[in-house]
Design a protein around this ligand. Sequence first.
Ligand SMILES: [Fe+2]
Length: 296
Amino acid sequence: MNEVEQRKGNIIGYITHDVSDKFGRLLLAEGTPITDSVSRKLEERGLVYRLSSTPLGNRRSKTIGLKRLNAKPFKVPVKLDKKFDRVDGEALGHASKYLNILLRQIQEDKFFSNNIKVLSQGHKATYSHSINVSLITVAMAQKLNFTLPALQKIALGSLFHDIGKILLPKSILNELGSVCDEQSLIYQQHTELGADLLAAEYLPAEIYLIALHHHEKLSGNGYPNQLKESDIHLNAAIVSVADTFDRLTSSIFHKNVCSPDEAIHEILSAKGIDFHPQAVDAFMELFQGNDLRETL
Ligand SMILES: [Fe+2]
C-alpha cells in the first residue's frame, strides 16, 4: 500500500457537526474526514465531537473548479511587506494575480473556504505567513514553467502547508518567538496532522505531501521523517525554500529576525545540502535584476 492509500485508509469517520475550540473558533467543518491521529489530537484538547462511519452527503474524489462567487474572497494584500521589495516586481505581479484567482476559486469549496477562514480568524500569523509562502511558491513554480494543473496543486499545498497548526495548542504556537521550532516535538506534529487533514479530504499527494514534507531537508536533518533527497516531494522542496525565507524574515518565528538578504544568503549557502538545487535556482531567479552580489 502506498503512502496515499495508507493515509486515506486511516480515516475512522466523518465529523457530523462543526467543531470549535473553547474560544468559539471553527477548527473542523461538518463532514471533514478524521484520521486516527487527528482524532487523538482532538481528544487531547478535550474537544467533544461525534463521528459518522459513512461520508456525509455526496463526498467523492476532489475536483477543484472555478465556481460562482458568494462571499468576499480573500486577497493578497495590495501593499506587501517590505521583505518583498527585493523580489522582481513582474514575477511578483504574476504570482499575486494567480493567487488572487485561486483565492476566489476556493471560496465555493467548503473545505478550503472553512480552513482559510479558520486561519484568518484564529491564526492570523499563520494566515499571513501562508499567503507569503504561497506568493513566493507560485512565483517559483512559474519560473519552473509548471503547467496550470500542477501550479494549482502546489499553490493550494503552499496555502495550506501549515494547516495542521490549527490542531496544536495555542500556547505552543505562542512560544515560538523565543523557542526554536525544531526543538518542539509537539510543534513538529503540525506536518503530519496537516497531511492527515488534507489526505483525508481526498486531495492528491502533490498537495498533502507539501504539508508532510515541508520541513524535511535534503541532508536528512529535517522532520518528521528525516527523509533525504528525492524522497522529499519536489513540491515540498520548493515550498521549503519559500517557507524558510518567510520564517527567517518574520518576527513571529525568530527572536533574531534576518534581513531579506541574510535569509537569501542562508538559503543559498544550504543549496544542495538542505535545499533542493532546482528550488534554490528558481528562488534566486526571483531576485534577478536586483544585484545581490553587492549585499551578499
Ligand atoms: Fe510548517
